[in-house]
Design a protein around this ligand. Structure first.
Ligand SMILES: C[S@@+](CC[C@H](N)C(=O)[O-])C[C@H]1O[C@@H](n2cnc3c(N)ncnc32)[C@H](O)[C@@H]1O
Length: 209
């Protein structure tokens, strides 16, 4: 089985996001594994007119929110069915496109410079950061925001579930790797789960140098 096939299998079992959140909004950012939980778009600063890319965009629901706020958006996902479903659901929005690609391949071939690069439990967690982080930095405008989330890790590990590996690092290790890749002003936050017996979420934010 290839990584693409593994993510297609995951996509087939993924539950669609609710059409409206608790606040009555039809688009919103969900940085954590819990509904209506985590930071909002303020984490990115100004969004309108900014060029944004999401690495591992899945259903496209998070990126659709940035598009409604006026960003020019590209969602990249390895799984073709994710691209198709996201385009069906959100393709009517202006300045929003979804492409099927591996995150590293997409950035390697891409000529654009981004103001916002982010990944919510997405490709950043599933790609070797030694390769991905410098590539992201090279494709960002100075001062642009790079942010990602995943489960918190107490100790560094690279786990492999067959064709899909996970780079599972604690906050301080991400800070060091981001600085080495050319980022600055790194902040790391573990957002507690709404229920205290559940795992929190690590959210990492850095500025392109
Ligand atoms: C756990 S899902 C999260 C999806 C979405 N960000 C969300 O919050 O709902 C991970 C997504 O990353 C995609 N993905 C995994 N590795 C990738 C890679 N190397 N390049 C691009 N997308 C990737 C998968 O296909 C999947 O849609």
């Amino acid at each position: 089985m290839s990584a693409t096939q593994a993510w297609e299998r995951y996509a087939a079992g993924a539950r669609p996001r609710r059409q409206v959140n608790a606040a009555g909004a039809s688009t919103w950012l969900n940085w954590t594994q819990y509904p209506d939980h985590g930071p909002d778009e303020a984490l990115f600063g100004e969004v309108r007119g900014r060029r944004a890319v999401e690495l591992g965009s899945g259903s496209g629901s998070n990126l659709a929110h940035l598009a409604t706020l006026g960003a020019v958006c590209t969602g990249v996902d390895l799984a073709p069915s994710r691209t198709a479903a996201a385009t069906t659901t959100w393709g009517h929005l202006p300045n929003l496109e979804f492409v099927t690609a591996d995150a590293v391949d997409y950035l390697t071939d891409c000529q654009a410079a981004f103001d916002i690069v982010y990944s919510i439990f997405g490709a950043v967690w599933f790609t070797d950061p030694v390769i991905l982080l410098p590539l992201v930095c090279q494709h960002m405008r100075s001062g642009g925001v790079f942010a990602f989330s995943h489960l918190p890790a107490a100790t560094p590990s690279v786990t492999s579930g067959g064709v899909v590996s996970k780079w599972h690092y604690p906050a301080d290790q991400w800070s060091n790797m981001l600085a080495a890749a050319g980022f600055q002003d790194v902040t790391t936050t573990i957002i507690p789960a709404p229920d205290t017996d559940k795992p929190g979420t690590l959210v990492v934010r850095a500025l392109a140098g």
